[in-house]
Every structure is written in C-alpha cells, then in structure tokens.
Design a protein around this ligand. Structure first.
Ligand SMILES: Cc1cc2nc3c(=O)[nH]c(=O)nc-3n(C[C@H](O)[C@H](O)[C@H](O)COP(=O)(O)O)c2cc1C
Length: 286
C-alpha cells in the first residue's frame, strides 16, 4: 500500500471482510499484499456447480468482499482508492486496493460498517408488511453507484415464474439449503443487472450486493441473496428478455423485507482471514 495503515488496522479490516456474503459461504477470494497494494484475486478452487455456468458467483462474492473491506477500512479511518479489473491478461486478478491516506468516517459510513456484524441471510418467511417505496429508492441509488440496476420484480406472473425457478433449483441442489418457494411470497424481490457481463460488471454487481444488503440491514430489513435460479440458462434468458431492457445481464436476486418476530438466525461460520491472505515477501505488513 502506498500509505500503509498499521498492521492491526489492516488485519482487523481483513477479518471484518470475511463476513461478506458468498455463494455457498465459500469465501472464494484471496487478498495478496504486493507492490504497495492489496490485490483481490478470485480463488477458483471454490467454484462449483452452484456458481452459475461459468463461475460468475465467484466474482460476485469477491465484489462483496471488496465492498466489505472498503467499508471496514473507511470506518477505521483509512481512505482507499479501489480499481476493479485492472489486468485484462489475468482474469482472476479482480481489483487493487490502495491506501491513499487517513480518513474521517462519516456517520453513514460508521452505520454501514456496523451493519456488517448484524447482517444475516434470512431464509425464513418475511412479514407481509411492504417495504416503503423511499427505502427501495435508497437501495436502488446505492446499487447505481456501482453501475448496477436494481429492478423490483412486482408482477404476479414474474414472481410466480421466480418461485417456480427456485423450486426447480431446490429440487436439484448441488449444495446447501435454499429458500423454499412457498416462503418467497412476502417482501420485495429485486433483481441486480448490468449492461455487460465482463469481469468488472460482475465485481460491480458484488459491490452493489454488499452495499444494498448492508444498507437494508441498517434500515432494519431482513435480506437474502439468491442466484441459484439463474444457474438455469433458460430461466436466465427468460429473465433477461422479460424483465430487463438496457441492463440486460442478470446477476442475482435479492429478497428484502421485514422479518417475522423471531431470534436472528445464527451467524454462519467463516474461515479465518489469514487463510485468504498472502503476503509477498517484498512487502511486509505493518
Ligand atoms: C453470489 C451469491 C449467491 C447466493 N445465492 C444464494 C442462493 O441461491 N440461495 C441461498 O439460500 N443463499 C444464497 N446466497 C447467500 C449465501 O449462501 C450466504 O451469504 C452464505 O451462506 C453466508 O451466510 P450469511 O449471508 O448469513 O453470512 C448467495 C450469496 C451470494 C453472495
């Protein structure tokens, strides 16, 4: 890093970033400290049948970790410059994070960072209370910062088609447990999409996913990311044709709503940050 934070701050931020959501909770990323910067690298050893036809869930999960890291560093008083997809010849080298100096975190940044430990994937049924339109607008604007469109799926036919796709995915689960279709009727259903389907689009979709989920958490909303139905190429094409116009590449559905009164779901475990971190010899931490 050009102006490196102290070792403790960096390690704390890396530990916090492990809380990012990832497909099947695989944490498919690696942080490499080299040449004065932190490099985000996709770890394809965690790619599997649940990652979509070409493993795009890996890149989306990496983007979520990138946003979590930036959020944590901002709250810890570190200003960063983040560039995505810096290396066309190395497709798994997804982003570079450089420290550019000290930072005075805003109240909003501290709230976002606070939401990291509170956020959980909520797969239980939601309350029928609708999400107010102004909150949905806030979420849409958060996604737009990353070049990502957030489209509410409101039509009865489209929501039914989504429920059918979830049922189909649940009947053929490669891994893990998925939300059941009959639990999907309440809450807002939002689709994240981008204009293109390059690496930067996917990483941006992941950054937007993290930004939207943390914002929703801070607003007291429950949330669940769902990509599994989009692993079916026919449903993917259908979604693109029926729901999207200019931003035609669908990446992920997000269910957002109010949870029913119940204890929060337990925190899912994570591999320690050090297992996803490599320090190249010429750059020592701290
Ligand atoms: C790209 C992506 C795709 C996901 N797809 C699904 C899904 O299809 N179904 C599901 O139940 N959860 C899905 N999740 C949620 C993860 O399973 C969840 O983030 C992970 O298990 C960690 O749990 P946590 O979010 O409670 O921390 C997805 C998350 C990401 C980032």
């Amino acid at each position: 890093m050009s102006t490196r934070p102290d070792q403790r701050t960096l390690r704390l931020a890396l530990a916090v970033s492990t809380r990012a959501p990832s497909a099947n909770n695989t944490q498919p990323w690696r942080w490499v400290s080299a040449a004065g910067a932190l490099h985000l690298v996709a770890d394809r050893t965690w790619q599997d049948g649940a990652s979509g036809p070409d493993g795009h869930d890996v890149e989306i999960s990496c983007g979520a970790a990138l946003h979590h890291l930036g959020t944590a560093l901002a709250a810890l008083g570190v200003r960063t410059a983040i560039s995505t997809a810096p290396s066309p010849t190395e497709p798994d080298h997804l982003a570079v994070v450089e420290v550019v100096g000290p930072h005075s975190p805003s109240a909003a940044e501290l709230t976002m960072a606070g939401a990291i430990s509170a956020r959980r994937t909520e797969r239980r049924p939601f309350s029928p209370d609708p999400v107010p339109a102004d909150l949905l607008t806030t979420l849409r604007l958060r996604a737009e910062r990353y070049g990502v469109l957030l489209t509410p799926v409101t039509g009865d036919v489209e929501r039914h088609r989504f429920a059918v796709a979830v049922d189909h995915a649940a009947a053929n689960p490669p891994l893990g447990s998925w939300a059941a279709a009959d639990e999907l009727s309440a809450g807002a259903l939002l689709l994240l999409s981008t204009k293109g389907d390059g690496t930067a689009d996917r990483v941006g979709a992941g950054q937007a996913t993290s930004a939207v989920l943390l914002t929703a958490t801070a607003m007291g909303l429950a949330s669940c990311a769902l990509s599994q139905p989009l692993a079916d190429p026919r449903y993917r094409a259908e979604v693109s044709d029926r729901l999207l116009r200019r931003y035609r590449t669908p990446h992920l559905f997000l269910r957002i709503g109010y949870g029913l009164p119940a204890p929060a779901p337990p925190r899912t475990p994570r591999r320690p940050w050090s297992e996803c971190y490599t320090e190249l010899p010429e750059v020592a931490l701290g």
